[in-house]
Ligand binder design. Structure first.
Ligand code: HEM
Ligand SMILES: *[C@@H]1O[C@H](CO)[C@@H](O)[C@H](O)[C@H]1NC(C)=O
Ligand SMILES: *[C@@H]1O[C@H](CO)[C@@H](O)[C@H](O)[C@H]1NC(C)=O
Ligand SMILES: *[C@@H]1O[C@H](CO)[C@@H](O)[C@H](O)[C@H]1NC(C)=O
Length: 335
């Protein structure tokens, strides 16, 4: 053993003896959780990658501004289920895509595919689909809300996707604040991050069946959810007659497709579309966070950026693990 090695060993032993070890182990722990991802990961290997993604997002948004919402949600679903490994994009009869939470409601897949095709033409088998989703989600947040952050990259694509992984990991629109906090805690994410990221529901759309229970069939004592603003409930009933499978805007307060903190004003007034939105008023901890985010949009935007980066670090595959797909919906041949 080298002399510096033996010195370190002595130090470690000393640490245990004089009870300084908590300091030592805290250092080790923070080193262990430091993200293996790097900003500028493709600077040498594919310098145009992030520009290509940004242009694809901007082009898609000029045709349909709501597509930003679809891409941000795709990123959330990718990262919460088996980590940010683009497993959400794999196409098979038993893949995540076939889950009730994704089937028919994932949007923006064509934006990822277009960016991937252009990137493959310039730098074959170099840039992962998982990183393309992460870049595209950032570009969506920027274009829809002026929220900018650098995206650490270097994710690899996963080889597997199973519909059975969706339900246990993903929060549902009927979940209350206790279950929501638990689902986020399972991913190492805080209650504040959960409340902050829920602000993404300022933009995009929802299908009537995801909330119609609140209008027609809420509980044994209330046909209509009493936490829902009554005028808003009337509007939603017009948009979603019983049995409807059409879509409505997720937020009626924010000018549609502007990602800002008006979501929180809506939640405070009983205009949260899902139980999972309105339930943020059910605990004093989260209702205080709602009020704070409503008051200070700039601070919410900064927290949103940080939480999006954290979300993008969940269970990532790096180094030699996983693969770089050439088509995002298919495992690359030879795997
Ligand atoms: C807190 C737990 C959450 C629940 C229960 C939830 C649930 C849902 C549901 C049911 C929809 C409607 C899908 C449809 O019918 O088309 C939706 C849409 C959406 N969600 Fe969430 N979500 C949650 C958190 C998040 C997070 C963390 C993000 C992103 C950071 C997010 C971003 C979005 C966006 C942008 C849409 C609109 C999608 C579109 O327009 O295509 N959600 N969410
Ligand atoms: C997914 O959607 C398609 C077309 O809308 C439908 O035929 C299929 O049954 C759905 N699958 C699941 C699992 O809901
Ligand atoms: C939240 O939902 C769970 C599961 O449905 C339930 O057991 C729990 O009592 C609920 N908590 C609150 C505070 O309503
Ligand atoms: C109302 O909810 C109950 C229990 O979830 C369900 O059995 C029933 O079919 C629902 N009725 C309607 C009209 O959706």
């Amino acid at each position: 053993m080298s002399s510096s090695g033996s010195k370190l060993l002595t130090l470690a032993m000393l640490c245990f003896i004089i009870f300084l070890c908590p300091l030592f182990s805290t250092d080790l722990a923070s080193a262990a959780v430091a993200s293996p991802l790097k900003v500028g990961f493709y600077k040498e290997s594919c310098p145009s990658a992030e520009t290509i993604v940004r242009k694809s997002v901007e082009k898609a948004m000029s045709r349909d501004a709501t597509i930003a919402a679809g891409i941000i949600r795709m990123y959330f679903h990718d990262c919460f289920i088996k980590g940010c490994d683009a497993s959400v994009l794999l196409d098979s009869p038993t893949a995540e895509r076939t889950s009730k939470a994704n089937n028919g409601s994932l949007r923006g897949l064509e934006v990822i595919d277009e960016a991937k095709a252009q990137i493959e033409a310039q730098c074959p088998a170099t840039v992962s689909c998982a990183d393309i989703i992460a870049f595209a989600a950032r570009d969506s947040a920027y274009t829809a809300g002026g929220i900018y952050y650098a995206v650490p990259a270097g994710r690899r694509d996963g080889l597997f996707s199973s519909v059975n992984d969706v339900f246990p990991n993903l929060p549902g629109p009927d979940h209350n604040v206790t279950i929501l906090a638990e689902k986020f805690a399972n991913k190492g994410m805080s209650v504040d991050e959960m409340v902050t990221l829920s602000g993404a529901h300022a933009i995009g759309v929802a299908h009537c069946p995801t909330f119609s229970k609140r209008l027609y069939n809420f509980s044994a004592t209330h046909a209509q959810d009493p936490s829902l603003d009554p005028d808003y409930a009337e509007l939603l009933k017009m948009r979603c007659p019983p049995g409807a499978t059409t879509m409505v805007p997720l937020s009626d307060l924010a000018p549609q497709n502007r990602l800002d903190n008006k979501y929180y004003a809506g939640v405070r007034k009983g205009l949260g579309l899902f139980t999972s939105d309105q339930t943020l008023m059910d605990s004093s901890l989260t209702s205080k966070m709602v009020a704070d985010n409503e008051k200070d949009g700039a601070s919410w935007g900064r927290k949103f950026a940080k939480a999006m980066v954290h979300l993008g670090s969940l269970d990532v595959l790096t180094g030699e693990i996983g693969e770089i797909r050439t088509i995002c919906s298919k495992v690359a041949p030879g795997q």
